[in-house]
Design a protein around this ligand. Structure first.
Ligand SMILES: Cc1cc2nc3c(=O)[nH]c(=O)nc-3n(C[C@H](O)[C@H](O)[C@H](O)COP(=O)(O)OP(=O)(O)OC[C@H]3O[C@@H](n4cnc5c(N)ncnc54)[C@H](O)[C@@H]3O)c2cc1C
Length: 96
């Protein structure tokens, strides 16, 4: 299961890499928010792949590069080091 949380006040989405772009956009729509990019592949591509490829699409000119919208990433290296570029622990109600 891929989890996500939305802070509608701050306009911040915290999600796992395997979330499908279209599902994230649908979730944000309930908060009157939207993803800053849109692609023909949105029904099947994942946010992890989108960030990895710095995907553009039809909202690029208005909202800029996707990397500019990413506040932080939590990743695990091949040597099992956890790399955190933004504090997101507890975002899913889990204390790590
Ligand atoms: C119909 C269609 C229309 C498209 N239109 C556009 C467009 O208008 N503009 C545009 O910019 N792009 C477009 N694309 C390309 C699209 O941006 C990329 O295919 C998409 O962002 C990649 O996401 P994915 O889930 O398919 O990733 P994948 O193809 O699964 O992965 C892409 C890369 O990211 C890496 N990756 C995936 N997940 C992770 C992770 N969790 N951590 C680290 N690395 C990871 C993979 O190893 C791989 O190298 C389109 C693609 C399609 C099929």
């Amino acid at each position: 299961m891929q989890r996500e949380t939305v802070s509608s006040v701050a306009g911040i989405l915290v999600c796992q890499a395997g979330c499908v772009l279209e599902k994230l956009d649908d979730s944000l729509d309930k908060h009157n928010l939207m993803m800053p990019f849109d692609l023909g592949a949105k029904g099947s591509c994942h946010i992890g792949g989108n960030v990895s490829t710095n995907a553009g699409g039809i909202r690029l000119l208005r909202y800029g590069s996707l990397h500019g919208s990413v506040l932080g990433v939590e990743a695990v290296s091949v040597k099992s080091f956890v790399i955190v570029t933004c504090y997101t622990h507890g975002a899913f109600g889990v204390c790590c």
